[in-house]
Design a binder for this molecule. Sequence first.
Ligand code: FAD
Ligand code: N01
Length: 553
Amino acid sequence: MSNILGVSAANNKEIYADAIVIGAGFAGLYAVYRLREAGLSVLGLEKAIGVGGVWYWNRYPGARCDIPSLEYSYSFSDELQQEWNWKERFAAQPEILEYLNHVADRFDLRPHYRFSTTVTSAAYDSATGLWTLQIEGGGQCRCKYLIPAVGSLSLPKAMNFPSIEEFAGPVYHTSHWPHQKVDFAGKRVAVVGTGSSGVQTITTIAKDVEKLYVLQRTPCFSVPARNCPADPVIDARIKSNYAALRNKARSTASGFAIDEATKPAHAFSEVERRAQMERCWAEGGLEFGGKIFSDLVVSEEANEIVAAFMRDKIAEVVKDPKTVELLTPRSYPVGSKRMCVDTGYYEVFNQDNVELVDISESSVEFTHNSVIADGRTLEVDAVVMATGFDAMTGPLLKMNISADGKSLADAWEYGAKTMLGVMVAGFPNMFLITGPGSPSVLSNVVLSIEQHVNWIMDLVSFMEQQGIASVATTVEEQEKWMGHVADLAEGTLFTRADSWYIGANVPGKPRVFMPYLGGVKTFAETCAAIRDAGYPNFNFQYANALSDRSVDA
Ligand code: FAD
Ligand code: N01
């Protein structure tokens, strides 16, 4: 990119940094901060024109987090967590973006970044011990440590609908929403997809549009958010001992500071079970799944009890029986796809201007002014794709990563393989954040990001102190870890759903369950034990080929 080439040409020297971080979301910003604080030179590269990652790109109407913001935020600086006041229980996208901009300024991270800079390839050469990155439009930079903090949900799925290009009106994807307000007032709009992004978009734009067609292939399970304005009294209480909340979150499986269920469904009488479900439903939020019964995702019976409860809730709200039936999920266990969290989703289907269109049996096609779905031609002015992401592996594979001529795409031909979700055998000095094989996407992701980065930094500091040039995990260690990840998944109902966790949402993607199901507490303990044992079975190369490198980050 010209800014990098410009610096390079002006200084007439190679762009080199000890560490290059790709991405300026929650993960990239924290990694840049920690690397700099450790005294390394660090360069951040980000495709977008600003920081924020997910919260920069996903500007669709209604976008907000579904983990309470007091928890879905950094814990590394007490000053930061004390001074920032969230406006709502679940912050909306603009507020989270504002927060991340504040973090970038407060910790002076922006100067480390080159924005509008897309990495098109990253190649490691063991002869030099360096990674070389190519930048879209030309230019390259090199580093010892490569940290692709490119996110798990940053590459939208291709919109491969036959004839979409025929449609003359605007087609939006939730994850690449325009910066200027899109005005749907008086418009007829089709939304394709009813996952988390679809649910939030549908609920929000239903208020404005003249007509909304919701094109649904698979119905979701959705829990009420119970969002509300922040309560200054509660916030002050939490802030008076914020560490307690954070420590509680770290001691759970999910990374939420909740009292996780300890009892299986059958330990309750029928009356108690109902009361437990009603209580968790009334409290709302994604934590519903973590609090309800300890065997929700392992016992078919327990799962069916909760699924039936949630199906009844749909029927209680939605008036039209045919719509109720279509909205009712029956083809996969509850929790095996990420639950949606909504504010009035089911209520929307009682509005005269909203219509649910079943696309489970037929393809979707487009003409210049309409969408053809379920055998009907529906005239629309705009289309919104809420069709999701090539999750977890997509952004990494898109970057053409290779080491000594071997590509990551080849290494992952039959599914992603990592050690701890952080390291990949054959790819030295590359550290993934929240990669496949880590608990990340099943947790409060910010908490997982901090844990991963802290562990990576312990390893990097160890290497710097010992004069180590490179580190790699072994195929054996990686196989052992992925075997463990697979064993944990086999014991659950997660493998029964065609979810993005298992790659089933992208045609042709290997069907491998990617997240680690042991929970964030066990994961962190495992990582710490490896560190404390001095990184057994890691391949360290001691000859430091990088010591005479100049620094220009
Ligand atoms: P990202 O925020 O995705 O950042 C990655 C960055 O890398 C992007 O800015 C991208 O532009 C950049 N990048 C990628 N490839 C390249 C390249 N080749 N060259 C240069 N730059 C590149 N998680 C939760 O725990 N709770 C929530 O409530 C929650 N809500 C979510 C809502 C939405 C709409 C989405 C999509 C995800 C949500 N998530 C949530 C998951 C979310 O992915 C994480 O919480 C977190 O924001 C991820 O941060 P990250 O820094 O790892 O990745
Ligand atoms: O994507 P999804 P998302 N034809 O994959 C449908 C996080 N997130 O962007 O289920 C027709 O979940 C697809 O149907 P089906 C969160 O982790 C969080 O909504 O494949 N339909 C599904 O209905 C989440 O899990 C928040 O049959 C097609 C939908 O599109 C993750 O991001 C908000 C189709 C895609 O759902 C992804 O969520 C937003 C096709 N060809 C996102 N392809 C919070 O609230 C796909 N679909 C915090």
